[in-house]
Design a binder for this molecule. Sequence first.
Ligand code: TYC
Length: 114
Amino acid sequence: MPFTVTDPRLNSTPDDRDDVELVVKPKPKTQRPPLYKVLLLNDDFTPMEFVVHVLERLFGMTHAQAIEIMLTVHRKGVAVVGVFSHEVAETKVAQVLELARRQQHPLQCTMEKE
Ligand code: TYC
């Protein structure tokens, strides 16, 4: 005697089976604050030693790191010198511009959202 299939799951497509687990990534409740790159720009007048001094003093670089980054700016026109919160990036830019202004160097520094 032939038997009848009564369980509907045995006669369904994968989409409507009730044994399929849905894995939903929970939306993070805390958003990370945006980060900002601080950029140093090249010019023809600021002395290399002054830029190296600024990078050591304000960005905690070793002398070797500072020379490397200064030369990157000199050759390429711009380099990222650090990534910070909005407030810290603003402070770093202001400090660079103030040191340059005091020595009458045209060194430019700016920030950009990452
Ligand atoms: N180009 C400058 C020079 O030849 C050096 C320099 C490097 C200036 C980096 C600015 O951000 C700078 N004296």
